[in-house]
Design a protein around this ligand. Structure first.
Ligand code: GLY
Length: 588
């Protein structure tokens, strides 16, 4: 075995030497040329500039939500207060993913350097079971886990916010809900993208909710940019939550409306499900990359484990010297992703139900062993690669926001309905959308979900169990100080978008905003192909990778919608919000 490892190391060393020469030439050129091996290729989706401020920053998917967060910071609130206000504001102004009918993860680092993670992921209803989306022949009933009442898990967002506020909040809960109430009651002005989104989803929402006119414009026309979108029923529910805290959602009028809605559409969520739902503080997952400390979400997120694995897998390689998206850099990243997503399918699930071997999966020796089947000469065949062996022993709409307050407390929150506008079920009389998070379970071993992800027994449905997630809210430290806050929506591409954005900053010398703007690619083991944004790879990279057997495909949709914050050496905060959406950083 030692002999094999030695040969492997020598081969890799020889490869470093041969690649170094070409890259050194590139390094003498300007910034763009340093980043890519093609002087004509522009590696960024746009030239959007970062936002800079000293007293606090909120980066989110919507300008109104970021404004709300900063108002809370200015009023003396801390990062948790702003988190609560932004989460509820997004439920109003960003209905495709912001939510009270969904769930998410909260990663928090105090200014003193203590780390916390809160899991407010949805749960399978108590009446759920592993075969609930299969027909009598054991085949998956297409669409059942994605659209309609049966697709929803028990929502966790309201409990999560109440729990975070109880532990860290400074300002009164009522104050934090007021902006969302106002936005729902008085309406907010639609951007072009939102108007387009509402027009697109309107027919499905109306089909699923035939008795309620949600998302229809009062004059029956299509929505357009500049229209004011008023949500009166939602405003009333937000008032109840404002007055009663979690009970305003999980009990009383809201619970009654939600359960009635479920019964109308043969959904499973009961009063008992709502009463019993509680979010869970979990031990943060902490790893290192060179001299950086990475604080991220443990299972039931697969994102944290996967990110730590990816970072460790690529750590030995000279990515900086090779350059951004050169063939060798991309090849190593793809092969790391292939191995990590294979592990995800085999081992990851809800730690309250299955043993997830986190230590083992992130162990450097295990990861070194995973490189054994890698050969620079040709792509590894995904079919021939399974999750690793461990001794003794699984629409892209979601939304992420990052907040740093004046003291340096930082929160990284990713929250979701799963697909765009979730299950498309709007709770009648309550005006909020329900998630379709049940599709994140492995509804049948080996059958891909809406993101093409395959799962196994570890992520099978069981009553009260949480479905596996890819959400990767993350905080990075350097020398004991806050370095950055990162995260994104994007279903299965969340993990790889965070991975690339972090490497763009730590290895490729990009500013945070450039790292966010940078074009992205993605590989997830199966299907065995690499998708990339238009112009994401130079001709040279494409040719070389194809000659080694890689299947490459330009992705029509964009990849990632990052909202991140970086602390500059002088303490100034850089907010980096993705140009691919309405995302906006606001500082003060
Ligand atoms: N629903 C997307 C995720 O949690 O990964």
């Amino acid at each position: 075995m030692q002999k094999i490892l030695l040969t492997f190391s020598i081969l890799h060393f020889a490869f470093y030497i041969s690649t170094a020469t070409a890259q050194q030439v590139n390094e003498t050129k300007g910034f763009y040329q340093f980043l890519t091996d093609d002087p004509n290729q522009k590696p960024f989706f746009s030239d959007k500039k970062g936002v800079f401020a000293s007293n606090g920053m909120v980066a989110s998917a919507h300008p109104e939500a970021s404004r709300v967060g900063v108002e809370i910071l200015k009023a003396g609130g801390n990062a948790t207060d702003a988190t609560v206000a932004v989460q509820f504001a997004l439920a109003v102004v960003h209905p495709s993913a912001g939510n009270i009918g969904g769930g998410g993860f909260f990663v928090y680092r105090t200014a003193q350097g203590q780390n916390y993670t809160l899991d407010f992921r949805e749960k399978a209803p108590l009446k759920g079971n592993k075969d609930m989306y299969l027909d009598a022949q054991g085949n998956v009933v297409a669409g059942l886990s994605m659209t309609g009442h049966l697709a929803s898990g028990v929502p966790g967002s309201v409990d999560g916010m109440a729990e975070a506020h109880k532990k860290f909040g400074k300002l009164p809960w009522e104050t934090l809900l007021q902006p969302a109430v106002d936005l729902a009651e008085k309406g907010h002005i639609l951007t072009e993208k939102e108007a387009r989104g509402l027009n697109m989803v309107k027919p499905t929402v109306q089909k699923v909710n035939p008795n309620t006119p949600y998302f229809a414009k009062p004059d029956g026309q299509d929505w357009k940019a500049g229209d004011v979108f008023v949500q009166t029923d939602l405003a009333n529910i937000l008032r109840l939550i404002q007055k009663k805290g979690r009970k305003g959602f999980y009990k009383g009028q809201t619970a009654k409306l939600l359960v009635a809605e479920m019964q109308r559409g043969k959904g499973l969520i009961s009063k008992k499900d709502l009463r019993q739902y509680h979010s869970t503080w979990r031990e943060p997952l902490v790893g290192t990359y060179k001299n950086f400390k990475i604080i991220t979400m443990p299972p039931v997120s697969s994102g944290g484990v996967a990110l730590l694995q990816l970072m460790k897998l690529v750590e030995p390689y000279p990515l900086k010297r090779w350059g951004w998206n050169t063939d060798s850099t991309v090849q190593v990243m793809i092969e790391a992703e292939r191995r990590v997503y294979a592990d995800r399918a085999k081992f990851l699930g809800d730690p309250d139900f299955v043993k997830v071997p986190v230590q083992e999966l992130t162990d450097p020796n295990y990861l070194k062993e995973r490189w054994r089947s890698f050969d620079f000469a040709k792509a590894t065949d995904s079919k021939a690669l399974q999750g690793g062996t461990i001794a003794g022993y699984e629409s892209t709409e979601t939304t992420h926001f990052s907040i740093v307050d004046k003291e340096g407390n930082a929160s990284s929150v990713t929250t979701t309905l799963n697909g765009g506008y979730g299950s498309k079920v709007v709770v009648a009389g309550a005006g909020f959308l329900m998630n379709n998070e049940m599709d994140d379970f492995s509804i049948k071993p080996g059958v891909p979900n809406m993101f093409g992800l395959i799962g196994n027994k570890a992520n099978a449905i069981a009553p009260g169990k949480r479905m596996l997630s890819s959400m990767t809210p993350t905080i990075i430290e350097q020398n004991g100080k806050l370095h950055s806050v990162v995260g994104t929506p994007g279903g299965s591409t969340i993990i790889t978008s965070v991975f690339q954005t972090v490497l763009n900053v730590l290895e490729h010398g990009m500013s945070l905003q450039q790292a966010v703007n940078a074009l992205k690619f993605h590989h997830q083991w199966l299907p065995d192909k690499t998708v990339f944004e238009t112009n994401g790879f130079s001709e040279n990279t494409i040719k070389k990778l194809q000659s080694r057997g890689y299947i490459l495909e330009v992705q029509k949709n964009t990849i990632g919608r990052m909202d991140c914050i970086l602390v500059q050496p002088d303490g100034t905060l850089e907010g980096g919000s993705d140009p691919r959406g309405d995302d906006t950083s606001v500082g003060h």
